[in-house]
Write a protein that binds this ligand. Structure first.
Ligand SMILES: Cc1ncc(C[n+]2csc(CCOP(=O)(O)OP(=O)(O)O)c2C)c(N)n1
Ligand SMILES: [Mg+2]
Length: 375
């Protein structure tokens, strides 16, 4: 019997605007109106400034920890640009640009990292709170997409995660579920080459991360994640596939975090300076600015003006976050359950854990004993 291929495929890589500013008109013409490219570039400048200020807030002891987003602005922004209001954006922690584009008030991100639960109460737009437990959000996205399909409300879910997150069981469960139940989910993997200090190649032996989605029967594509045009194109295609065919797509967006993993990290201890330098040249902001300048849509004066606006806006954002009334100590309990279980109700009343023998009834008993002894 002859041996025939059981299955063959290729995974395409999409690039439209490269780091030298070359633009592939056959793919890119008409994709994003010029005024929208300008608006997105302005937005990226503001987000970059927000990132710098958030970093400084942590360094000056005004915020707990912070994961810099610098360098990874494009994937989430492109998705937010394409998604409709009713759709869900389900992220981890390097998607500020997309979240802000959707309408999340910027102070909420600061409040989140200041440890204030009010940063996680979001009713302004369909985005979920930042997921810090790696991979967990992909299951939430799949569940949201399933609910939308069930309710026939036409919404889809677009979820973001890192290369490292594809080594978590949660990714495999979400992907299996989404593909087998025909759910409208777009999986966007931001492959930045590292999971803290672990290089991608150590946890993914396959030549592309995209092919992890292939195993579940999804359409898979790789894209230059620092190219706003290529990102918008692949997200548009994936959203169409989700909305019209109820099919999930796996997008591997190649990008790089130009900063440390978080403010608790020092990437110089494990990353080569050459690698960083190479990716600094691929900075999505430099590239988008080059595109605009070549078409006389941007110049130094406009840059100054936007930086000035960004500085003013972020001063107010910081003020809003820092001057909010002090949180209630019970917020932690109130944001966890619709109905608080009795054991936790006791803890909420006393702000003490019963495991330490401090629940209200025990406190009463202790007082009774104390009173009788005193008496
Ligand atoms: C379930 C879980 N395990 C471990 C961690 C600790 N941790 C935080 S970020 C991270 C690496 C994530 O890498 P990747 O998914 O590539 O995302 P990136 O930070 O590079 O964007 C790890 C292991 C965590 N937050 N959650
Ligand atoms: Mg990573």
């Amino acid at each position: 019997m002859p041996i025939n291929p059981a299955f063959t495929t290729t995974i395409d890589h999409v690039s439209i605007l490269d780091e030298q500013g070359n633009f592939d008109s056959s793919l890119g013409d008409g994709l994003i109106p010029n005024e929208d490219v300008v608006a997105m570039y302005k937005h990226m400048l503001t987000c970059r400034h927000f990132d710098e200020i958030a970093f400084k807030l942590q360094r000056s002891g005004r915020m707990g920890t912070y994961p810099e987003n610098r360098g990874q602005e494009v994937p989430s922004l492109a998705a937010a640009y394409v998604l409709q209001k009713k759709d869900w954006m389900v992220t981890c922690y390097r998607e500020n640009a997309g979240l802000f584009w959707r309408g999340l008030p910027k102070e909420k991100i600061l409040l989140h990292w200041m440890g204030d639960e009010r940063g996680n109460f979001i009713d302004e737009c369909n985005v979920t709170p930042l997921a810090i437990a790696i991979g967990s959000q992909m299951l939430h996205a799949t569940g949201l997409a399933w609910a939308s399909k069930y309710k026939k409300d036409g919404a889809i879910a677009c979820t973001f995660f890192g290369d490292g997150a594809t080594s978590e069981g949660d990714f495999h469960e979400a992907a299996n579920f989404a593909a087998n139940l025909d759910l409208p989910v777009v999986f966007v993997c931001q492959n930045n080459g590292w999971a803290i200090s672990t290089p991608t190649k150590l946890e993914c032996s396959a030549p592309t991360v995209a092919q992890r989605g292939l195993a579940y029967g999804m359409d898979c594509i790789q894209v230059d994640g620092n190219d706003i045009f290529a990102m918008v194109k692949v997200v548009k295609d994936a959203v169409k596939n989700a909305r019209e065919n109820n099919r999930p797509t796996f997008i591997e967006a190649l990008t790089y975090r130009l900063g440390d993993h978080t403010t608790a990290d020092d990437a110089r201890r494990y990353r080569d300076a050459d690698e960083l330098e190479m990716w600094q040249k691929r900075d999505p902001l430099i590239r988008t600015r080059m595109y605009l300048e070549q078409r006389d849509l941007w110049d130094g004066a406009k840059e100054e003006e936007q930086l000035d606006l960004a500085a003013k806006e972020i001063i107010q954002v910081v003020k809003n976050a820092e001057e909010i009334d002090a949180p209630s100590a019970t917020d932690f309990f109130d944001s966890m359950y619709t109905e608080l279980p009795p054991e936790l109700q006791k803890q909420r009343q006393t702000m003490r854990t019963s495991s330490l023998g401090q629940d209200p009834s025990q406190i009463e008993q202790t007082n009774e004993v104390r009173n009788s002894t005193n008496g």
